[in-house]
Design a protein around this ligand. Structure first.
Ligand SMILES: *Cc1c(COP(=O)(O)O)cnc(C)c1O
Length: 419
């Protein structure tokens, strides 16, 4: 396999080399990104890419799927093992990414125009949780809860809103929220108002797998996740749904797991990406090993160390710190915008993303904050000591005009902790 691309397509070979070099020579602090193993890369580029497998194992619409069945079943079984689940949970591995996975759940459990509750985008929720520009906000009726002045989810507000609005589904899940989620509280509220309880654990799936964040499974009816964030797999998604909770579809009782399978295919997609499924299986295999547990806990230790060091240097963090893999810096007191900070950091090789902070007075295009996360640098092997160095580099990049020393610092770290 290796060397073929170089022979057949120089242009693409050069661009791949350029991107690899960019990743090797920069520090990636984007919390939704990670670095997959060579084993995962190999599986993505495997012969499974050539196969059409519309349908599910044992029920395909094309011939030649005996092996595709095996890889899909293996991915499902490993997914159950990684999250310590029994057969009462169905697993769908076919949704192409996180947003389509959420779409499948809404289409399975809601009617068009139905009310559901999710966290506001500006408070750390995801676009696909009912933002007006997203399908989820256009086809359904989102009721958004937010965070309080301290930046924390106000469970009393969630409770009050749920009782008043009677949504059909309550969604807990975040993209830019630095604290742990209380799934038990959410679950109790959902139960009281007879709503489905859905968790979108896209950002924290790797932490949950490692035991570094509490698990939503004892409380949720449905759990979705991307596979490419802290879980450290290929781009893709998993949907877990209860086999033992029934709903009516066209006058027939079916499990919500079955309803979601049908929403994915034939509802939203044609054939699954079997090469992604193979790579998801590889990533889940890695997540079953003891090293993964260490990695998950180290992500959190690193985030806490980075947060602490930044605070000592005068940075304000939304909610005052972090419990997970990410933090939000409110740059207001530094006299610099999120956009400027993102650009200044990129110029020295530190890759972050600008982000709104709760109750931001600036626009999402040039907000008041930046979001930092530790998954990628943790995968590279960095520990608390390096987080202190990174905090100092960030501080210097945002407060000083000379960048040569900072660039050298970034280069040193990148060389010591190679991809
Ligand atoms: C990243 C993310 C998604 C969407 O994933 P894509 O694969 O980018 O579509 C959905 N929900 C949450 C909470 C996320 O963080």
């Amino acid at each position: 396999m290796s060397g073929e691309l170089k022979k057949s397509d120089v242009e693409v070979t050069i661009l791949i080399a350029e991107e690899t070099k960019r990743q090797q020579e920069t520090l990636d602090l984007i919390p939704s990104e990670n670095i997959v193993s060579h084993a995962v890369l190999e599986a993505v580029g495997s012969s499974f890419i050539n196969k059409y497998s519309e349908g599910y194992p044992g029920k395909r619409y094309y011939a030649g799927n005996a092996v595709a069945d095996k890889i899909e079943i293996l991915a499902q079984e490993r997914a159950r093992k990684v999250f310590r689940l029994g057969k009462e949970w169905g697993v769908n591995v076919q949704a192409l990414s996180g947003s389509p996975a959420n779409m499948a759940v809404y289409f399975a459990l809601l009617q068009l125009g139905d009310k559901f509750m999710g966290l506001n985008l500006s408070c750390g929720g995801h676009l696909s949780h009912g933002d007006p520009v997203n399908f989820s906000g256009r086809l359904f009726k989102p009721i958004h809860y937010g965070v309080d002045k301290k930046g924390l989810i106000d469970y009393n507000e969630v409770h009050t809103l749920a009782r008043r609005e009677k949504p059909k589904l309550i969604l807990a899940g975040t993209t830019a929220y630095p604290r742990t989620l209380d799934f038990k509280k959410f679950g109790k509220i959902a139960k009281e108002v007879k709503a489905f309880f859905m968790v979108d654990m896209a950002h924290i799936a790797g932490l949950i797998a490692a035991g570094a964040h509490s698990s939503p499974f004892p409380y949720a009816d449905v759990v979705t996740t991307t596979t490419h964030k802290t879980l450290r797999g290929p781009r893709g998604a998993l949907i877990f749904a209860r086999n033992d909770k029934m709903i009516k579809v066209n006058e027939k009782e079916v499990s919500i797991a079955r309803a979601i399978d049908r929403a994915v295919f034939p509802g939203l997609q044609g054939g699954p990406h079997d090469n992604q499924t193979a790579a998801i299986a590889v990533a889940l295999g890695e997540a079953m090993r003891p090293e993964f547990k260490k990695y998950g806990h180290q992500i959190v230790k690193n985030a806490k160390a980075l947060a602490h060091a930044l605070q000592k240097l005068g940075f304000q963090l939304v909610s005052g710190g972090t419990d997970n893999h990410l933090m939000l810096i409110d740059l207001t007191n530094m006299g610099i915008s999120g956009r400027e900070a993102q650009d200044k950091l990129e110029a020295v090789g530190i890759v972050v993303n600008r982000n709104t902070i709760p109750y931001d007075t600036r626009s999402p295009f040039d907000p008041s904050g930046i979001r930092l996360g530790t998954p990628s640098v943790t995968t590279r092997g960095m520990k608390e000591k390096e987080m202190k160095v990174i905090a100092e580099l960030i501080h210097e990049a945002l407060t000083k005009d000379t960048v040569s020393g900072i660039k050298r610092g970034v280069k040193d770290l990148c060389q010591k902790f190679r991809i």
